[in-house]
Write a protein that binds this ligand. Sequence first.
Ligand code: SF4
Length: 501
Amino acid sequence: MAEVDIREHQGLYERVYSLFSIVGKLRPDISEEETEGILKLLPPDTYRALRSMLRQDLLPATFAFMRTLQVWMDEAFRAKEEGKKVVLVPFNFPPELIHAFEGAFPLTSEVLSTLGVVVLEGQGERYWDYAMGMGLPDHMCSSNTIELGSVLTGKDFAPDAIVSSAPGSCDVNSSIHEFVSHLLGVPHFMLEKPGDSDRRGRELFGRHYLSLVRRLEEFVGEELKEENLRRVADKCNECTDLYYDLWELRSRVPTPVPAIFALYTYATRFTMWGRDEGIECLRACVDLARSNLEREYFPAGKEEVARPLWIYLPYFFDFLGFFDWMESHGIANMGDVLMCCFPQRIDTTDRDSILDGMAEAAWNMPMTRQMGGDFMSKRWLDDVVYAVKGLNADCTIYCGHHSCKQTWSVFSQVRREITRTAGVPTLCLQGDSWIRRMTPMAVIQEELTAFVDNVMRGRAGRREGKRTRRSRAGRGGEAAAAAGGEGAPSPEEDIGEADKD
Ligand code: SF4
């Protein structure tokens, strides 16, 4: 096969942008047959993502989601032409601060990597390979190295500045952003999370955040206006309300929320939170889930065989093989820790209160909140247990993303504690969330099937058996239970059973 010189080709951003511009022209009421006919013209990798997103039962939400991303990419393109600064941020930096500037616009590296993996022929492989070819180590994180690898080819959209908010939470994320800023010769602004989560640590983080605001103001050449901050903060508050509406709907058993909505939620959080398009996307998700509930339509069926929460990341390649496959096998996706940013309404009294609220949001972004915690395994575990209980999840899965050394380092401890405190089993997988070559989807499906068949169905059977034994024990059993004798269930018994799993 002839070798492809990547520098002769377009970068990831432009390729994704071109594809979205075409898909954005589809009619929102496109039929099943029309979708199939059009998508068949596209390469197989693109087909597998768009076929999943353009499923008839997802259409209103998918179109709102694609509109959000299209406006996001459009504005970034226009920003360059209009002389505005494009600021590249990582996913754990809340974009609303940049949205409040008139002369700047945010782009998020991990969202661009994900879009490339999702919709491009060959996914993000050529950009990852280019970065590896430059001598970068393979323990870099594909979530950002794919997009930044594309930037390094010199054929992609280059940012005017880079913000890094991973110091304190993820070394590889911080390093690649810093490396690219040096190579491109653009300013690099850091937001560091201190090691303490007490009052002192929070005050210090607040000072770091305000100092970042001042440095960005200098760089953009504009002082943030209170009315712009308030306009954005009001919209952030609407997004927050919708986020919790969706959380509550997801917790229903069976759940009316489609598996892919977890991704729609946090992709919105990482790009257009605090913008009308972000509100519209989240509202479309909530409306669709409510309508599912009213007409008793449950994407994973009425008899869910498992309700897993992914305790950090899921997989972002092959949507048909992941989201659709889970639903068609009765597995109701409860989402993942990227959803665990627990936004709070911002007090819009004045500029200070708004910036305080935005700093608080930055503190609570996923990864910063868990991996940048003063006691990493405990902060991570607390959020997982809270989400397991709040969403009525009945198992958890660790996808074993290969770059994530810090989560691997405490995984067995976290798994033991999940079993002890939430009483649910955890499946451990291995792979790379953005690179299919590490663990192909067919292997992931096999592992999930074995887990559901051997653990989840076994638990359901034992629960059913227990119920039958209790009801057989009948009134005599009730007396024994009241006396704490044989037949009396105990929390230890339940947890012991989970341990066996
Ligand atoms: S997935 Fe893991 S390695 Fe990648 S940026 Fe997040 S914490 Fe870092």
